[in-house]
Design a protein around this ligand. Sequence first.
Ligand code: ZN
Length: 185
Amino acid sequence: MAVKKIIIYPESEAALRKKSEPVRKFNRRTKKLIKNLKDTLAKYPEGVGLAAPQINIHQRVVLVRLGGRDKEDRGKDREADLPIALVNPKIVEAKDDEKDFDGCLSIPGIFGNTMRPHYLRVTGLDDGGHPFDRVFEGFDAVVVHHEIDHLEGILFIDRVDSMQDLYRVREDETGKLVRVPIMED
Ligand code: ZN
């Protein structure tokens, strides 16, 4: 087990903004990086993805948990909880832009609504270093897009139209979770 520290915005903004380098050779080091990312994400059951730059490693490797939003489905199929790795992911087709939920383990406590494609075709290498070419749809596409953004130093807060699209979640006096805007009006 090698659980790494997830770097946080804004303290580590410079590192989060740095572009990641392609993996030139898929080898034992790549496998170790994937393992470290998996061990780290395992600590955050609420997290649906993690990118290598979030543990301060600037290589083009991300993890995504598919079926991440539908908790009921995840209960039925534990496989959906296991993240998959995308190495050198490259978007070859993106469409069906819609506003959807967004959040990030590097920006704890803040959530937002961002415009992202809900259909994404991506190529790259999988966990075993084998080439893949696959389509992600719905919220899975949102998650993959968010993680690939990290490799370019782009954060979800860059993708909101206005500060009104950012909010915190807090319990009200009855214990109900409510959205509290970051900025009033
Ligand atoms: Zn993120």
